[in-house]
Design a protein around this ligand. Structure first.
Ligand code: HEC
Length: 125
């Protein structure tokens, strides 16, 4: 008897709490502070190269793994910058065997997002 009673009660409480919290969250305006901290993918209209870099490129391009040109290392980037962002975008999409994987491992990234990450890393523009 006791266990049946308990198992009926707790989901009900959880449901009440969920509804209560959800109601609270909704009353806050979502757009005013979403600028730099926003995590909702649809909400971010602007492509954030630093964010893409931090999520996908940093693991290799941070420490310079296997000769990956590091963020802000102008010497390492100079010869690559010389060929231009468009060509770097092309090699990023295709990858550079063996160490640079196609799309820098971000299969869900659009070309535009990859481009922004490249600009962020290389200091192009
Ligand atoms: C698994 C490691 C790894 C990851 C992850 C990675 N890279 Fe690289 N990347 C490399 C290495 C190594 C090179 C140097 C390759 C070479 O020159 O032979 C490189 C080179 C590059 C270059 C220079 C290309 C050129 O034409 O000279 C660009 C641009 C680049 N990466 C962009 C990115 C971007 C953008 C991301 C994230 C979306 C990323 N990479 C993620 C390893 C990585």
């Amino acid at each position: 008897m006791n266990t049946l009673n308990g198992s009926l009660k707790s989901p009900f409480i959880v449901l009440l709490l969920t509804v209560g919290l959800y109601g609270c969250g909704e009353s806050a305006p979502p757009s005013s502070t979403a600028d730099s901290t926003g995590t909702g993918v649809e909400e971010v209209a602007e492509v954030d190269g630093a964010k893409i870099y931090g999520q996908f490129c940093f693991s290799c391009h941070g420490p310079g793994l296997n000769g990956a040109p590091k963020l802000g290392d102008s010497e390492a980037w100079a010869p690559r910058l010389a060929k231009g962002v468009e060509l770097m975008l092309k090699t990023t999409i295709e990858g550079i065997p063996p160490a640079m994987p196609p799309r820098g491992l971000c299969m869900a990234c659009s070309d535009e997002e990859l481009r922004a990450a490249i600009v962020h890393m290389s200091g192009a523009e």
